[in-house]
Ligand binder design. Structure first.
Ligand SMILES: [Zn+2]
Length: 340
């Protein structure tokens, strides 16, 4: 097993062994040391440092806007400071099934918090909770700029999927969330997939690729999330919800492994995992909001991903917390006061 592979394996094994390793480095250096006889390698040239903030779910309740500000302060204080923040979607608590005034309030809170607490360039992916009115609450679908147009306006995006180049790396941001009769499912529609194939072919020659989606393309936590085993099996077959992992993961992976994709980042699960195969690594980062601002989610604390990308196409990943303690809701505080 090559040294890099061995380190990766050890890092992955450590992650699987328990939550104690959640805060460790995914690059593997925190978990294994090179053999004493190994040649001394030249240091890799870091091309770019990225913070991946996903599932912020900002809201006025539980001090979530202060939590988002605390997370941004932690990112801004990193040394070296990240060159870019990738917001992975579900940036607002939920506009999927709310009325317009609440959608306007949440969007305003996200924009204001970014404006007041973030100086680093930002890029965004659309999450399911950023889509306004798909459940047609209060006739939201009849109001202007509903659906994904709300998210495009909120994030200043010209299109729901796009690509850009920075630091010698090619970045592709995809739109995971497609409508279904009872909500949404995760896949790239035909128009987007055709664009993706052409985009990867046309990228600067040899540039390594990072893909950002809200919903994981491949994920372990799509199986481990939640407590109800029965709903995840039909007979002896394991069933993965079409809302928790891309249904087109097989075809996307075949495209990625042939096209220089090194790293796929996602969120949505509020849990942390890593899958590596055929030279492509899929990392789902935990949520900035933890369990929607109620504390850790199944043991995964409030946090964000930090990724160093290197000129040779390699990367290091770690998951960092920012010292947040969940705050009680107004109702919970009132109950505490009443009970003395
Ligand atoms: Zn989501």
């Amino acid at each position: 097993m090559a040294d890099l592979d061995r380190r990766t394996f050890l890092a992955t094994s450590a992650l699987m062994a328990g939550s104690a390793s959640l805060l460790g480095s995914f690059g593997g250096r925190a978990f294994a040391q090179s053999p004493a006889t190994a040649p001394i390698a030249a240091p890799r040239a870091r091309a770019l440092r990225i913070a991946h903030l996903t599932d912020i779910h900002v809201q006025p309740e539980r001090g979530a806007d202060a939590g988002m500000a605390a997370c941004l302060a932690r990112v801004e204080a990193l040394d070296p400071r990240p060159d870019l923040i990738l917001f992975g979607g579900d940036s607002v608590m939920d506009v999927f099934e709310v009325k317009r005034p609440r959608a306007v309030e949440l969007g305003g809170l996200f924009t204001t918090t970014c404006k007041n607490h973030c100086t680093i360039p930002m890029r965004h992916a659309i999450g399911n909770h950023d889509i306004f009115g798909w459940t047609k609450a209060d006739g939201a679908e009849a109001t202007p700029r509903h659906g994904k147009e709300y998210a495009l306006d909120l994030f200043g995006m010209a299109k729901r999927y796009y690509s850009f180049d920075q630091g010698g790396w090619h970045f592709v941001v995809l739109d995971s969330v497609q409508p279904s009769a009872d909500g949404y499912v995760a896949f790239c529609d035909d128009e987007q997939t055709a664009w993706l194939e052409a985009d990867l072919k046309g990228r600067p020659a040899g540039s390594p690729v990072v893909v950002l989606t809200h919903i994981p393309i491949l994920s372990l936590t799509s199986i481990t999330y939640g407590k109800h085993r029965a709903r995840e099996t039909i007979g002896q077959d394991t069933v993965i919800s079409a809302g928790s992992m891309h249904t087109d993961g097989h075809s996307l992976h075949n495209l990625f492994k042939a096209a220089g994709v090194k790293l796929c980042l996602s969120g949505h699960q509020h849990l942390l995992d890593r899958c590596s195969t055929d030279g492509v690594t899929y990392i789902c980062d935990g949520a900035v909001s933890g369990a929607w601002w109620k504390g850790a989610c199944q043991g995964c604390p409030e946090g964000f991903g930090l990724i160093d990308l290197y000129a040779d196409g390699s990367f290091d990943h770690s998951y960092l917390t920012y010292g947040w303690s969940a705050r009680a809701s107004l109702l919970e505080r009132a109950r505490e006061l009443v009970s003395g």
